[in-house]
Write a new protein. Structure first.
Lengths: 676, 100
């Protein structure tokens, strides 16, 4: 049992209170209320840590801990399936709480320096605080409805923050895009939640699991139960920017860099991974759902990596790499590698926050996001350079650095995933063996690893090496202010070491911690680093390391040594037409944006025509018909009013006579009533 | 004691005479008089049923009806007087300005 249960609530209430306070009177606070928000987040982090330590001490290490901190009944019900507002504290949510609050804290501190000169600081701080509340609430929710509420709070805040510079048309458009694209996923998610309610009659994770266990392997309808995971995964696809709903994330770079760091490292996109990890005990029963997740992950990983190869916006490189790395996590989840996925989530949170904040520092110094106007910043911004290098090594998977550990585990998990069953398509065609599935996604993941190393170091070389390409008269790059640099130093340490510490220090323990009892023998076994002999006997380790180093070397060859004239290669006529075609495909995002635009345009046009038809023909038609009917009817009826008094009298007498006849003779024979 | 049926038949005859007058005559004054006959037919009904059932309230309504008939006749005559002054006739067929 957790001592001091109120502490758990305080984790959520602190940033929420900061949001209200700063939102109301932020203008009168120093630094636009930044200190309040940082203070609240620090409190939240300390309390999360307190809860996490308690969880670890009480069986979280090497086992499962789970406790529901009961709040109150929100929607009462006589049937005993009331919906509560309560917080679920188990290994997974405790870990996520610490991770989220720690990264939010660092990013908020960094914001004090980065956002110092901004106009709308109170608005910014209020919104990021609400954002953090949303993520903390999402990872600690005890049931789907509560989760959905916080999930949507995040959606709202992402809209507000991406459109922070709302006077910029691109920012406004990006905010709208982020909101609408994630909405597609959210609708699927909502439908999934409703189906769950219908099937299980409860929304709490615990309740679903117990009912699942009692129903399986005799579920109500297998199709329906396959549908649920897929609908939920649809929500995750939207939030985590996976194919085909990935288009919003690169555009989300229009917001302030700190917001990008917040969205990419700690919140929002990790919510999709979290919910998939949370529901994995259910998903694990359905190989079809898992296969979908793994395949979508593998496609997204490769696609996003190829797009990252060709962009010049430093933040967009990182955005595509986020999509790609999240896809790794989905590959891992889809091949039942729960612990590797969470391991990578943690590592990625550190190094991606570091990379974004580092790129923010670069942008702060050079006032541009275009890597073609950077170069040679190594000596001008030494600490930023070191931080970015640390983050890049981690992302690229240089041996020993944190990203290397978790990426290897994910690839191993994919290679070893052998559910050993065959799915038969309709009418017996298209049969498909799952044994090939693991290898296919492994192959795609391996290629992605090489591409990742290449584009990461392409970014490093373009930004920090070579001759300065900015206008040296106008731009004087300088190291960023102390709060920013200090945050970078802290994050660098984490980005370099978190992998090694987790893997070597307590890898077995981490596995046990993350994997719930119900999945104990289902998850794909990955050799633990503490078992050296098994670990170094794993061929995947060498394959992924070699391909990563190869990627780094190619980047070194092309961008540091300058042996390849990339611009000349792509010149029309002079260059290589095949390369140019590939470049064209990559830099136009595989035509996805174009396709979406076409679909959206066609859909919009169709909908427009339909709405126009309904408006003009149906709604207006009915209204006008009534009008014309009234006109025509009255035109006929007014003929009766001919001004002859005797005729009026005749009408009256005739009418009364008719009523009397009807009342006396017709009604009694019809209904038995009538006049006496 | 006159049987109730006789009184009702008389009342019905009066009503029909009045109805004929209202519908068929053109002179406004005569129509007004016919309306009086209609009213009196119904008042006769009140009185007949009152004496038949031994309940006095029917006679109270008869008195009330006579008073209303007098007031109605006064208003009607005043209306025709006004119409005669403005249009120079009280022929109902010629007074056709109350129309669409």
């Amino acid at each position: 049992m957790i001592a001091n249960e109120w502490v758990v609530w305080l984790i959520l209430i602190l940033p929420l209170a900061a949001f209200v306070l700063v939102g109301l009177i932020g203008r009168r606070l120093p630094e636009g209320g930044g200190h309040v928000v940082v203070g609240a987040m620090a409190g939240s982090f300390v309390l999360s840590l307190y809860v996490f330590v308690q969880v670890l001490l009480q069986g979280g290490l090497g086992g499962n801990f789970s406790q529901t901190v009961d709040g109150y009944i929100w929607l009462p019900s006589l049937a005993g399936n009331e919906i509560r507002i309560s917080i679920l504290i188990d290994n997974l949510s405790a870990l996520m709480l610490v991770l989220v609050s720690f990264l939010c804290l660092l990013i908020f501190i960094y914001s004090l320096g980065y956002m110092h000169d901004e106009e709308g600081k109170p608005r910014y701080y209020a919104e990021v605080s609400l954002f953090a509340t949303g993520m903390l609430g999402t990872v600690s929710a005890d049931n789907f409805l509560q989760l959905l509420i916080f999930w949507e709070i995040m959606g709202l805040c992402s809209y507000l923050l991406i459109g922070f510079w709302y006077t910029k048309p691109e920012a406004a458009a990006a905010a709208k895009k982020a909101f609408l694209v994630t909405r597609v996923g959210d609708v699927l998610f909502l439908v999934g939640v409703l189906v769950i309610w219908n099937v299980f009659g409860t929304l709490s994770f615990e309740g679903i699991r117990t009912r699942m266990a009692s129903l399986y392997p005799d579920p109500l309808t297998p199709q329906l139960l396959t549908l649920i995971p897929l609908l939920l995964f649809g929500g995750a696809v939207g939030k985590s920017a996976q194919f085909p709903l990935h288009a919003w994330l690169p555009d989300a770079m229009e917001g302030p860099t700190t917001v990008s760091a917040l969205i990419h490292a700690a919140t929002m996109v990790k919510a999709g991974v979290y919910i998939t990890a949370r529901t994995l005990p259910i998903l694990a029963l359905f190989p079809e759902a898992l296969a979908t997740i793994a395949v979508i992950g593998a496609i997204t990983a490769l696609m996003a990596a190829t797009m990252a190869l060709v962009v010049f916006d430093i933040k967009r490189v990182l955005a595509y790499s986020t999509i790609s790395q999240l896809a790794y996590m989905f590959v891992s989840l889809g091949t039942l590698g729960l612990a590797p996925a969470l391991f990578h989530l943690m590592d990625h949170a550190f190094f991606k926050a570091l990379l974004f904040l580092g790129s923010g520092s670069v942008i702060h110094g050079t006032h541009t996001q275009d890597m073609r106007q950077m170069g040679g910043l190594k000596d001008k911004m030494p600490w930023t350079y070191r931080a970015m290098l640390a983050g890049s090594m981690s992302l690229a998977g240089i041996p020993g650095i944190s990203g290397w550990w978790s990426k290897d585990e994910i690839l191993t998990s994919a290679a070893r995933y052998q559910p050993n069953m065959v799915m038969t398509g309709p009418l017996g065609y298209f049969s498909f063996s799952y044994t090939t599935l693991g290898w296919s996604v492994f192959a795609l993941g391996l290629i992605t690893a090489g591409l990742t190393a290449f584009y990461t170091f392409r970014m490093v070389y373009l930004t920090f090496y070579g001759k300065p390409r900015y206008d040296e008269e106008l731009v004087h790059p300088h190291e960023s202010p102390a709060p920013m640099v200090n945050v970078l130093k802290v994050l660098s340490a984490f980005a370099l070491l978190s992998g090694a510490v987790t893997a070597l220090g307590f890898m077995g323990a981490f596995d046990h911690m993350i994997v719930p009892d119900s999945l104990e023998h289902k998850v794909t076994e990955v050799p633990a680093a503490s078992d050296i002999a098994a670990y170094i006997a794993n061929p995947v380790l060498y394959a992924s390391t070699l391909i990563a180093l190869l990627g780094v070397y190619v980047a070194y060859f092309v961008y540091k040594l300058g042996r390849v004239d990339t611009e000349r290669l792509l010149l029309p006529g002079a260059g290589n037409p095949v390369l140019r075609a590939i470049h064209y495909a990559f830099s136009h995002k595989w035509g996805m944006d174009w396709l979406f635009l076409k679909i959206a345009a066609a859909g919009d046009r169709g909908l427009g025509f339909f709405a126009d038809f309904v408006d003009r023909r149906v709604i207006d038609g009915v209204t006008f018909a009534f009008g014309r009917g009234a006109f025509g009817g009255s035109d006929v009826l007014r003929r009766a009013a001919d001004g002859v008094v005797r005729n009026y009298t005749a009408w009256i007498i005739g009418g009364i006579a008719l009523l009397l006849i009807v009342g006396k003779f017709v009604l009694p024979s019809v209904s038995g009533g009538g006049l006496p | 004691m006159i049987p109730l049926e006789y009184e009702l038949v008389l009342s019905a005859l009066l009503f029909c005479i009045g109805l004929y007058g209202v519908l068929a005559r053109r002179n406004g004054i005569i129509v007004l008089m016919s309306i009086e006959i209609l009213l009196n037919a119904s008042i006769l009904n009140f009185v007949a049923f009152s004496s038949y059932s031994g309940n006095a309230s029917g006679q109270v309504f008869a008195l009330l009806g006579i008073a209303v008939a007098a007031a109605e006749a006064a208003v009607g005559l005043a209306v025709f007087l006004a119409i005669y002054q403005t249009h120079g006739t009280i022929e109902l067929d010629k007074i056709r300005f109350l129309k669409w």
